[in-house]
Ligand binder design. Structure first.
Ligand code: UGA
Length: 429
């Protein structure tokens, strides 16, 4: 099938590439010309495991191409996916101006029937607005359908999530686009759910908010574990084996971050408010999340007391493992809090240091994780990178002026760490 994806961010680029992987003919459009040039030359603007090889393969075999022209994308495809950012506004609502802008561009380029699919995360009822906009700006007055097809990929596992989705949601206003949308996704062998467009949009906000709620729940339980001497990982294992609960997304830590959960929670709370409901449960999820960072930071100040001029090593800058994304990263937040108190930082991340350099100033970026603790008063683990489990602990202990390790992601076993001579503080254990 001939497909166009507008926006080559984490969602758009991976979606386009995976569509090419299953045999579709794909055009990826981005209005950032330098990004398009980079992609055309075989460069990848983001780190996502497995992506680079796939992009190269499909550019070479002609199934994937990049352009800065929306007109090119619209004229040469039957289905156009919108995958542009929907950033938060100060009041928690979503800035839909990129969606609106793209809808207008698509409308003015349309000369025959098209299916316009929204993949970006948007508040319920956005599809109706997109349809109105296209109708208004389409001079050719051709027929079209608007579809909502939310994306559920996780950064760092995006290729895997896209190639083997748990489900595909297709929200429609009429039956006309359903067969073509099914054809797009048939090669992925996943359950396909067809709903009305408002339900599809809500599924996305409801799913992300539920996952965030799960994390805040276990983080709240971690507070009780700490106060009572229980171990939150054992509690998570114990409750997670109940199939109704499930073990995934029950890891206590520094709280959730990234470009999705914080933004989507705020947006869901805001749209609920506009629809006349005070979603207080989700406000509590936000409050617990913020408290988790406060408590961890207090653990550091309770132990080290005055932070001014203390040297602190931080492992992890990305908002989670397997990504170079530092947007709304709890690790960056923690670094900034430490700096605000006058601490001097040495930091390392396997993939996110380049992106962190734009945000974190006056820190020493260390290429080798085993060198980060050199001469520091304490070591902090802020991101759950599996690599950090391979840290040379003996070397780290000797490199620290005091063997203090704050583990914000519960990567190590407290008893083992004590045996190795560390003063080890983690979360909920
Ligand atoms: C999330 C959802 O998981 C995806 O399904 C969704 O498609 C995506 O948002 C989106 O809306 O685009 P993502 O933000 O990439 O994906 O990352 P997650 O793996 O969900 O992690 C989010 C945050 O929760 C991270 O900061 C992570 O460290 C934290 N987390 C996750 C925990 O603290 N504990 C856990 O048990 C799991």
């Amino acid at each position: 099938m001939k497909l166009t994806i507008i926006g080559t961010g984490y969602v758009g680029l991976v979606t386009g590439t995976c569509f090419a992987e299953v045999g579709h003919q794909v055009i990826c459009v981005d209005n950032n010309e330098s990004k398009v040039k980079l992609l055309q030359a075989g460069g990848i603007p983001i780190y996502e495991p497995g992506l680079e090889e796939m992009v190269k393969k499909h550019v070479a075999n002609g199934r994937l191409r990049f352009t800065a022209s929306t007109k090119d994308g619209v004229e040469n495809s039957d289905i156009i996916f919108i995958a542009v950012p929907t950033p938060p506004q100060p009041d928690g609502s979503v800035d839909l101006s990129y969606i609106e802008g793209v809808a207008r561009e698509i409308a003015s380029a349309m000369t025959s029937y098209k299916i316009v699919v929204d993949k970006s995360t948007v508040p319920v009822k956005t599809g109706d607005k997109v349809a109105e906009t296209i109708k208004r700006y389409c001079k050719a007055k051709v027929e079209f359908d608007v579809v909502s097809n939310p994306e559920f990929l996780r950064e760092g596992f995006a290729v895997e999530d896209l190639m083997k989705p748990d489900r595909v949601v297709i929200g429609v206003r009429s039956q006309r686009p359903v067969a073509a949308m099914r054809d797009v996704y048939t090669p992925f062998n996943a359950p396909i759910i067809v709903t009305d467009i408002n339900s599809a949009e809500l599924i996305k906000h409801a799913a992300n908010s539920f996952l965030a709620l799960k994390i805040s729940y276990i983080n709240a339980v971690s507070v009780i574990c700490e106060a009572s001497g229980a171990n939150v990982q054992e509690v998570a294992n114990g409750i997670g084996l109940d199939a109704r609960i499930g073990r995934r997304f029950l890891d206590a830590g520094l709280g959730f971050g990234g470009s999705c959960f914080p933004k989507d929670l705020s947006a869901f709370i805001k749209i609920s408010e506009q629809l006349g409901y005070d979603f207080a449960l989700l406000k509590e999820v936000q409050r617990i999340n913020a408290g988790q960072m406060e408590r961890f930071f207090k653990k550091i100040t309770d132990t080290l007391w005055v932070l001014k001029d203390k040297k602190i090593a931080v492992l992890g800058l990305a908002f989670k493992q397997n990504t170079d994304d530092v947007r709304s990263s709890p690790a960056i937040d923690l670094c900034q809090r430490l700096q605000k108190e006058g601490a001097i930082l040495r930091v390392h991340d396997p993939k996110a240091m380049d992106k962190a350099k734009d945000i974190l100033k006056n820190v020493t970026f260390v290429e080798d994780m085993n060198e980060v603790a050199e001469g520091c008063d304490a070591l902090v683990i802020a991101t759950e990178w599996p690599d950090f489990k391979k840290l040379d602990l003996e070397r780290a202990r000797k490199a620290l002026t005091h063997p203090i390790l704050f583990d914000g992601r519960n990567l190590f076993d407290p008893l083992e760490m004590e045996k190795l001579g560390f003063i080890y503080k983690s979360v909920g254990r």
